[in-house]
Design a protein. Structure first.
Length: 222
């Protein structure tokens, strides 16, 4: 029996679940996975059996519940500092935490107008001035990370700080949105999104999302 349990929502739609799940993959922990379908009459009651906040993801470990993706990242980093959840260099680590917190707190227009839907293809939908501003801010952050910290990369796998880390996990749902909604990207941003989508853990998640039976009509924009 696995020492950890991760409670998540639908893989096709739940962007926060994806973030927490990727944190667990980066930490290389063995965990049992509980998927609770969202937007059903029984959803809230099922989630509250595990999560004090009534939201997913939540990581369960030795009687402790850790909810919110960034809290999961920090908890796993405390347990496994060698896993590389955050960059090793202090300046890069502080920057990674800053942009991750910005993702956690912001970009409401993008979240609202372009909900995560991995299975779908909606080119041109959802693009408002607010969404465009969010995308420009996010892609600017990505380019800045790649440029500013490239000299400190111990190995460059195409991610924000060289190797895949918690900051990439925080922005991974954005990469799926940019693909789903057919957003035109500059060469560097497109290369970053490709690296994220091709990461083995992401490919595993995407494959599972495509085979889920559940449908949330609110997120189906066709």
């Amino acid at each position: 029996m696995a020492e950890f349990t991760l409670v998540i929502g639908n893989k096709n739609y739940s962007s926060w679940s994806l973030r927490g799940w990727l944190m667990a993959r980066i930490a290389a922990i063995e965990f049992e996975e509980i998927v609770i379908p969202l937007d059903l009459p029984e959803t809230q009651a099922a989630i509250r059996k595990h999560s004090p906040s009534g939201r997913v993801p939540v990581l369960l470990h030795r009687g402790l519940a850790v909810w919110e993706s960034l809290a999961i990242a920090e908890y796993l980093n405390d347990l496994k500092p060698e896993a590389g959840l955050w960059p090793s260099a202090a300046a890069a680590r502080a920057h990674a935490r800053s942009i991750s917190s910005e993702m956690h707190a912001g970009f409401a227009e993008l979240r609202d107008k372009m909900p995560m839907n991995i299975r779908a293809s909606y080119p041109g939908k959802g693009m408002t001035p607010g969404v465009r501003a969010d995308i420009e801010r996010i892609t600017g952050l990505w380019r800045d990370c790649r440029k500013r910290f490239s000299a400190a990369f111990q190995k460059d796998e195409g991610f924000l700080f060289g190797a895949f880390c918690a900051a990439d996990a925080m922005y991974a749902p954005v990469a799926t949105r940019l693909r789903t909604y057919g957003v035109k990207l500059d060469k560097d941003t497109d290369a970053y999104c490709t690296a994220v989508m091709n990461h083995p853990a992401m490919k595993e998640w995407i494959d599972a999302a495509r085979h889920e039976p559940w449908l949330i009509a609110e997120y189906e924009l066709a």
